[in-house]
Ligand binder design. Structure first.
Ligand code: UD1
Length: 417
């Protein structure tokens, strides 16, 4: 079992880089199986989820190689199979992103149902209903999604909710469908724009990515392409919140301010100084933050993936904050852990009521999921005394070398196991 041991209380200071975005890289990797030609993706973070997606691609019969410089090269020619097994899909829900590409490329898919997840029940009903609208015959049997179609046909697809994954699965299926597909109420995350740009470089015909309506005119075939993954806005946000919470001065090189607008606004409201330059984003902070209310929403709303870190920050605010989670129902598993560190938080339905305390005190804590893990790290950095963060493996799913980045900023953090 891996553990982080943190001696808290030192302000973080200095400049730190940000890796490529996990949530973009995983979908670009899934998209590579839409062509038999070679695709090259660079600036890919070396994190567990990327390693799992490589296994998924190899298991499907593609040749996927992860080079030490963060480049992934995939060739999915010849013997591509349609089977993504439970052992892989259960490790990482994003494995179901191969469903749309498999249906588009092979006309069939056999993908394990992902099942539960720590942050909520996370249905895939919208993925399946949308692919059915494109003409795929989909059944779920014995824990697997079985899909068959022949060739998909374009259709109008109104999403009940702007689901990131459903938008991406439909996008990847529709690029090879016959005729026009229109996704209404599409997700607008920067990662969707990124996926559309990669698919366009592969020869797809897509308009409107980044808006609520995406139009896709299907093409007969796609070819190989190269793509550089955009900077990870969630990693950038995590480092900025850590800088602010420790009363430090941190510049996150490569952070795209335009992807972090609401976070930056909220940090300013708490009293942090924010400077945006060509280099990235700098945060400075002295004293306790002022309390603010935050509500998560699909992009461009406040990201649910930064909600736990914001909660850790507001735990030491001057005043009471209400933090509302509107995207995932179970994203508050860190509350009991932060309360063990001296926070005063209470859950009321999908609202966390946070009464700010002067200081957190270091304690042993256990990580329940990826982003909650990042919140506990940040809390440990700002707390008085020693924090031992157990089950740190969850954090490796989304952050590359987070401990060495924090050490470079002056944190006293070591890893065991
Ligand atoms: C992606 C991100 C995740 C982020 C989330 C929201 C990846 C790998 N993960 O997850 O980090 O927190 O977007 O920004 O990119 N839902 C349904 N039915 C569906 C699909 C979704 O009910 O068919 C619900 C989910 O249970 C959830 C909400 O819609 O409550 C949002 O989910 P979605 O936007 O699809 O998130 P993911 O793509 O799973």
């Amino acid at each position: 079992m891996s553990t982080y041991i943190i001696q808290g209380g030192s302000p973080l200071r200095g400049t730190v880089g940000v890796n490529g975005a996990k949530n973009a890289a995983l979908k670009l990797m899934a998209a590579t199986i839409l062509t038999e030609e070679t695709c090259v993706i660079t600036n890919v973070p070396d994190i567990t989820d990327v390693r799992t997606m490589i296994e998924v691609l190899n298991c499907l019969g593609a040749e996927a190689e992860f080079r030490p410089d963060g480049t992934i090269v995939v060739t999915a020619d010849g013997g591509l199979t349609d089977r993504a097994p439970y052992e892989l899909v259960s490790q990482m829900r994003a494995s179901i992103m191969v469903l749309g590409p498999l249906l588009a490329r092979l006309g069939r898919a056999h993908v394990a149902l992902p099942g539960g997840c720590n942050i909520g029940s996370r249905q895939i009903d919208m993925h399946l209903a949308s692919l059915k609208r494109l003409g795929a015959k989909i059944t779920t049997e014995h824990g697997y999604i079985e899909g068959e179609d022949g060739r998909l046909r374009g259709a109008v697809i109104p999403l009940d909710f702007p689901s990131v994954g459903a938008t991406e699965n439909v996008l990847m299926a529709a690029v090879l469908a016959e005729g026009r597909t229109v996704i209404e109420n599409a997700a607008r995350e920067p990662e969707i724009i990124e996926l559309a740009a990669f698919l366009t470089a592969m020869g797809a015909n897509i308009n409107g990515a980044g808006s609520s309506v995406i139009e896709i005119d299907g093409v007969e075939r796609l070819h190989g392409a190269e793509h550089v993954v955009l900077p990870d806005r969630i990693e950038a946000g995590t480092l900025l919140i850590a800088g602010a919470m420790t009363g430090g001065d941190v510049t996150v090189q490569g952070a795209v301010a335009g992807h972090l607008e609401l976070l930056l606004e909220k940090l300013k409201e708490t009293g942090a100084g924010i400077t945006v330059s060509d280099e990235g984003v700098r945060v400075t902070m002295t004293g306790r933050p002022k309390a603010v209310d935050v509500a998560t929403l699909p992009y461009p709303g406040f990201p649910t993936d930064l909600q736990p870190m914001m909660a850790a920050y507001l735990a030491v605010a001057d005043g009471a904050s209400v933090l509302t989670e509107n995207v995932f129902e179970n994203r508050f598993l860190y509350i009991d852990e932060l309360n063990r560190m001296g926070a005063d938080m209470r859950l009321d339905d999908h609202h966390a009521i946070i009464r700010g305390v002067e200081k957190l005190s270091g304690a042993p804590v256990r990580v329940p999921d990826l982003r909650a893990g990042a919140a506990l790290l940040i809390a440990g950095l700002a707390a008085e005394g020693e924090t031992v963060v157990y089950d740190a493996g969850h954090i490796d799913r989304g952050y590359q070398d987070i401990d060495s980045k924090l050490r470079d900023l002056g944190a006293c953090i070591t890893r065991e196991g």
